[in-house]
Every structure is written in C-alpha cells, then in structure tokens.
Design a protein around this ligand. Structure first.
Ligand SMILES: Nc1ncnc2c1ncn2[C@@H]1O[C@H](COP(=O)(O)OP(=O)(O)OP(=O)(O)O)[C@@H](O)[C@H]1O
Ligand SMILES: [Mg+2]
Length: 308
C-alpha cells in the first residue's frame, strides 16, 4: 500500500531578502515497509522536505503542492488529525540530537512523556516501555540512561536515545534526519544496524550525507539545489549512477577517489531556468540552458539530465 504520496511540492521561505525557494517540484512515493534514503549536499533541502511532510515548517514557509499520507491530504488535516499524524503515524528523529532534548529534564522522563501522550501506557507502564526501548537501542544500562540529563550523554548516545524515543510509539513511518552525523565509522555501523532493526515493520526515510548509510536503504533519492535529480533502487543507483551529480557524489566518497565535485552547491536563483547543476558539470552544453524534467529511464529509475 502507498503510505506517502508527494506531488509537485514546493516550499518558499519569506525572508528579509525576499522569497527563497528551498525545494521545488518534488514528487515522491513511499510504500508501506519501504526504506528510502534522501541524499545531497548541505543546503539542498533535505530537512525542509522532511519537515514539510509532517507540516512542521514555521509560518514564514509557503507550501505548494500535495502531500498525502494514506490518501489523506496532510495540508487539509484538522488539528486533531495532524496531532495523530505526528504522534502515532510519523516519528521524526531530528537532525541535531544535542538540542532536541530539553536540557533540564531527564532523558527518560522525556521519552516517558511522549509515550504517555501518544500511547495508552501511563505511569509505571510508560516508564517500563521507555526503559525497554533504551535497552533495544543498545544501552546496556538503560535505567541509568533513563535517569541521565541530556548533557551527560555523548552525541552518539543522544542519537540512540532519540531513536529510542521515536520508535517507542511504534510509528508507521520514521523520518531519521542525519542519524549518523558526527559518528565514527564503528559507531555509525552499529547505529545503522540498530536503527534498521528498531524500524522493522515500519517504513523509513533516512536523510543523510553519507552514501554508506544510504546504501542500507532499499531506494535512494538524490537531491540537488532543491530538486530531485535522480532516484532509483539502491544497488543500481550506487553502482551505475546516471546523473553527473550522483557520479560526483560517489567520487567524493573517502572509499573512492575522494575527488570533490568542482565548484559549489549554489542555491537556486528564480531567474535561472536551466539545469541547476550545469555550472559544475563537465558535460554541460547549450541544451542544459533548458531545465531538464525528471524523466523515467527504467522501472523505478528516474533522472533529471538531458545527457543521461
Ligand atoms: N526557516 C527557514 N527560513 C529561511 N530559510 C530556510 C529555513 N529553513 C531552511 N532554510 C533554507 O533552505 C535551504 C535548505 O535547507 P535544509 O535545512 O533543508 O538543508 P539540508 O539539505 O537539510 O542541509 P544539511 O545537510 O546541512 O542539513 C537552505 O538554504 C536553508 O538555509
Ligand atoms: Mg538538514
């Protein structure tokens, strides 16, 4: 069953320097039980997309297009439906673990509070559930973590506790924003294994810079400058990327040539209608002055490039 169906989604921020379009024309489908990675350089709009799905953007954001969750338009939901969506259906593991907990409350109390709000478990039952999920998140002494304050935990421990919090309400969809940020290779590997194990039975969108993390998902979507530029099954996309940007991202990996993509990721200018990657692309020619559409190349394979 289709869980999430996004069509022509754009987000524009009303800033002091005028309107700024952070994402544009996003089409995305997610099926029940699927895992999807969203990759792309800093500032390309990954977190904005994640927040837009849950209607969590603040008032300076104008959202156009459609986000349907199980067939229901998120942007026409009543307040109670929206609370249900955010509490029971979709859980977000936010991007900055250290600022996502309230610093003056114990970690466990905060998880318990979420459980009490979104599930029937109350009091001691909620506490037990919180401790159980801390244990599942790999803490050998979950009770002491329960009683810790956020500043007493390292970045990696905070991330684990946040994941425990997000999955403790048994959501249908988990959106994990940069779950491996700042972790060393070993912790990253174990965190990813833990995340997938805990997310079993649910669907997941994993937002990440890290192609190794993306490789643990079934499908990958590549974003550049607010748009989707390529999408495909993980093994196809990582083994034979079609878009020059995806090829560049792969070359820039430490395990490969570690060659950075030339030039800088630029934010879109509204006047420029061409391919957004063309200034950085060796294959760019006259044709690229026209904006390429996201074109279907094969089953589950999409690419936005005149030359692919
Ligand atoms: N509230 C806001 N007001 C104005 N601009 C914003 C706001 N939130 C995000 N942006 C801008 O939208 C663009 C996309 O931001 P976003 O946080 O989605 O990037 P990202 O891909 O998640 O990057 P990173 O990998 O660094 O987390 C950025 O240029 C950012 O500055
Ligand atoms: Mg982000």
């Amino acid at each position: 069953m289709m869980l999430l169906c996004i069509r022509n989604l754009s987000v524009t921020f009303d800033t002091l320097r005028g309107p700024f379009r952070a994402i544009e024309g996003i089409d995305l489908d997610l099926y029940e039980g699927e895992t999807l990675a969203i990759v792309g350089e800093s500032g390309c709009g990954k977190s904005v997309l994640g927040h837009a799905i849950m209607r969590l953007l603040d008032d300076i954001a104008t959202v156009d297009g459609s986000v349907k969750y199980k067939g229901q338009e998120v942007y026409s939901m009543e307040k109670s439906e929206l609370l249900n969506l955010r509490g029971k259906s979709i859980s977000l593991v936010p991007q900055s673990p250290s600022t996502s907990f309230n610093p003056v409350l114990k970690v466990g109390e905060q998880i318990k509070e979420i459980i009490e709000k979104d599930r029937i478990d109350k009091g001691p039952a909620a506490k037990k559930r919180a401790i159980d999920f801390l244990a599942k998140a790999g803490f050998s002494d979950p009770l002491s973590i329960y009683n810790s304050y956020p500043h007493q935990l390292s970045g990696g421990m905070c991330e684990r506790a946040l994941i425990a919090m997000a999955v403790s309400v048994e959501p249908e969809l988990i959106i994990a924003d940069e779950p491996t940020k700042g972790l060393d290779a070993l912790s990253r590997k174990s965190l990813l294994a833990m995340l997938h194990e805990m997310a079993q039975g649910a669907s997941m969108i994993m937002i990440t810079h890290d192609l190794k993390a993306a490789a643990t998902c079934r499908r990958v979507t590549v974003m550049y400058s607010g748009e989707i530029v390529e999408e495909g099954r993980t093994s196809n996309l990582l083994n034979s990327p079609k878009h020059f940007y995806t090829q560049g991202l792969l070359e820039a990996q430490p395990s490969r040539a570690m060659l950075p993509i030339k030039g800088r990721h630029t934010l879109l200018s509204h006047n420029d209608i061409g391919c957004r990657f063309r200034e950085r692309c060796d294959a760019a020619d006259e044709m690229c002055k026209n904006h390429p559409v996201l074109r279907r190349r094969d089953v589950m394979e999409w690419v936005r490039c005149h030359h692919a």
